[in-house]
Ligand binder design. Structure first.
Ligand SMILES: O=C(O)CCC(=O)C(=O)O
Ligand SMILES: [Fe+2]
Length: 202
């Protein structure tokens, strides 16, 4: 069990979300970002849609382009990433009893100025998504670049909500309960890269 994951779990249990910096090393970030750019240059990304039955592209809601990761990849950067996700899943299963069995991850690019309006990740028709996981691939991200992930958290006294914002720093992992936390991606002044996924029950 990797004790480095403990603060993420503590965060999820206490506040509904957890953050871990340095989930990926600088070399791993560069390798995954390079892979992302290569495959995007090959025309393999698609505009992300909304819904899971009749998926429609709606740029007024989200402007990112995505490519799903192949679980059978032989690319070492992707194998390293998925291996670390496995370790994280094992840790969650041994500490939280969520019964995670499966996962799905995609690369995401938010071209300059694009965003993803406030939403919930869990599809009404697919309740298997338990935890949302986002890992950022942005080198040298500055506060003035924008592109924060905004989370909407209920106030402790249950009156209203508060917004917290998280900068998409390279190597940072954010994790939250998919069915509970509404969130939003704010526009950035430069291209914003990530690997995003869901840890699911069977
Ligand atoms: O990139 C992020 O910070 C969040 C992405 C997101 O909300 C999603 O893909 O559902
Ligand atoms: Fe989301």
């Amino acid at each position: 069990m990797n004790p480095l994951f403990e603060p993420i779990i503590d965060g999820i249990l206490a506040d509904g979300y957890g953050i871990m910096d340095n989930f990926l090393t600088p070399d791993e970030i560069i390798a995954l970002a390079r892979r992302l750019h290569d495959r995007r240059a090959m025309g393999q990304f698609r505009a992300a849609g909304i819904g899971n039955q009749n998926v429609v592209v709606e740029n007024a809601i989200r402007g990112d382009e995505i490519l799903w990761l192949d679980e059978a990849t032989t690319i070492s950067a992707e194998l390293t990433f998925l291996q670390r996700i496995h370790e994280f899943v094992d840790y969650v299963n041994q500490t939280c009893y969520l019964g995670l069995r499966d996962y799905e991850f995609h690369y995401a690019v938010y071209p300059t100025g694009t965003f993803y309006k406030r939403h919930l990740d869990q599809f009404r028709s697919d309740s298997r998504r338990k935890l949302s996981v986002i890992c950022y691939l942005n080198t040298d991200w500055q506060e003035t670049d924008g592109g924060q992930l905004a989370l909407y958290l209920p106030n402790l006294d249950k009156t209203g909500e508060r917004q917290i914002t998280i900068a998409p720093l390279g190597g940072r992992l954010v994790c939250f309960e998919s069915a509970r936390l509404e969130h939003e991606v704010l526009p950035a002044t430069r291209e914003r890269l990530s690997v995003t996924g869901w840890l699911k029950t069977a």
